[in-house]
Design a binder for this molecule. Structure first.
Ligand SMILES: NC(=O)c1ccc[n+]([C@@H]2O[C@H](COP(=O)([O-])OP(=O)(O)OC[C@H]3O[C@@H](n4cnc5c(N)ncnc54)[C@H](O)[C@@H]3O)[C@@H](O)[C@H]2O)c1
Length: 339
């Protein structure tokens, strides 16, 4: 499909990245930082780390502030040409530990960002959403137009999915009623160097345990499947979507459709890192509060993003595991997990 581009889309000069010191945001910076781009990162470092982006400073402007506060200052400035909105409260453990803070962050910050964008030049704006939005439908392959089936509001885990679904509705409403060009990306499990294991992310947790030869804790029976896509593959498609007008006002699954059982993932980590770790199965009832619901299978239908951009992930899981391990071993500063 041919894409129509404005000058600002083709040569974005001023770019705002919210949550840019986080895992996905920092890899996006590695891709989009060029000598002639003026990039501003807003991040309150709640889960992000300055070490993730230190190699881009001071060329990239870094504002350490909550997004809504930073937007009040930014409204005095020239509008941005593009916005990537990645700031959010992320990770099952964080959502369960701080439900009010997480819900407020995930709804109010996105609302503030969309309001700002629509009143400051209407730049193409990418909104990070999640495969969690699908909830627990009967199908194991998730397509963007599928019905969603979320669990009850009495189960705290689902608040993240509800918030991201509201973010999507709000972004689409801004496109429909205020002509703000938004692109919604539903990330499936994204993995790679710099991801923190502190808030329940599975692969960094497994790699850390394997490097210490500690038992790897696999929740449930380990037969649940997920699709893990390297973050460097994921970020590569984001600028392509944002500059393509045919992507505006639409939702895209982003990830890989290669499934793996979590137990096999643990075995792969052990083999790749020549670790002496054993696998220990932990019942969900011991790992999470009562009533926690997990999903057996989750795999994206990628035909929409492939059709528009030719998106094909290229980095193998084995390579990702090796890179996570090597970046953990070479980290100069203690990570939050060790702090
Ligand atoms: N990593 C995944 O597998 C995955 C999957 C689905 C969706 N996502 C989405 O992708 C986006 C990026 O996730 P990530 O994995 O990089 O997580 P992350 O926690 O590393 O990044 C989020 C960043 O947002 C910042 N932040 C949080 N609240 C903020 C606020 N109020 N103001 C300013 N900054 C704030 C954090 O400090 C952090 O740097 C999020 O929107 C997340 O919901 C990620």
């Amino acid at each position: 499909m041919a894409s129509r581009q404005s000058n600002a889309d083709a040569h974005p000069k001023r770019v705002l990245v919210t949550g840019g010191a986080g895992f996905i945001g920092s890899h996006l910076l590695d891709l989009i930082v060029t000598p002639d781009a003026e990039i501003t990162v807003v991040d309150n470092l709640s889960t992000g780390r300055i070490e993730n982006i230190a190699h881009h400073l001071p060329g990239v402007r870094f504002i350490e502030q909550a997004l809504d506060d930073a937007l009040r200052t930014l409204q005095e400035e020239r509008p941005f040409d593009q916005i990537y909105h990645l700031a959010a409260a992320v990770g099952v453990d964080l959502i369960l530990e701080d439900p009010i803070g997480s819900i407020e962050t995930n709804v109010e910050q996105t609302s503030a960002l969309l309001k700002y964008a629509s009143t400051h030049g209407n730049p193409p704006t990418l909104i990070a959403s999640s495969s969690e939005v699908y909830g627990k439908p009967g199908a194991s392959v998730f397509s963007e137009e599928n019905d969603i089936l979320l669990g009850p509001t009495t189960t705290g885990r689902w608040s993240y999915a509800h918030c991201k679904a509201i973010d999507e509705h709000l972004a689409l409403a801004y496109t429909q009623t205020r002509s703000l060009p938004t692109v919604i990306c539903r990330f499936f499990n994204t993995v790679g160097p710099r991801q923190s294991g502190r808030y329940g992310m599975v692969l960094p947790r497994f790699v850390q345990a394997a490097l210490k030869n500690d038992p790897i804790q696999v929740f449930g029976d380990g037969r649940q499947t997920r699709c893990f896509c390297d973050v460097r593959d994921v970020v590569a498609v984001l600028p392509k979507l944002l500059k393509n007008q045919d992507a505006h006002g639409r939702v895209f699954n982003i990830g890989t459709d290669h499934s793996i059982e979590i137990r096999v993932l643990a075995e792969t980590v052990i083999n790749e890192l020549a670790s002496e770790s054993t696998i220990s199965l932990v019942p969900y009832s011991d790992a999470y509060p009562e009533g926690f619901e997990d999903l057996r299978h989750r795999r994206p239908d990628l035909s929409r993003v492939q059709e528009l951009t030719g998106f094909t992930p290229t980095i193998t899981l084995e390579q990702t595991i090796a890179d996570i391990a090597s970046s953990s071993l070479h980290a100069k500063t203690p990570s939050k997990e060790n702090a």
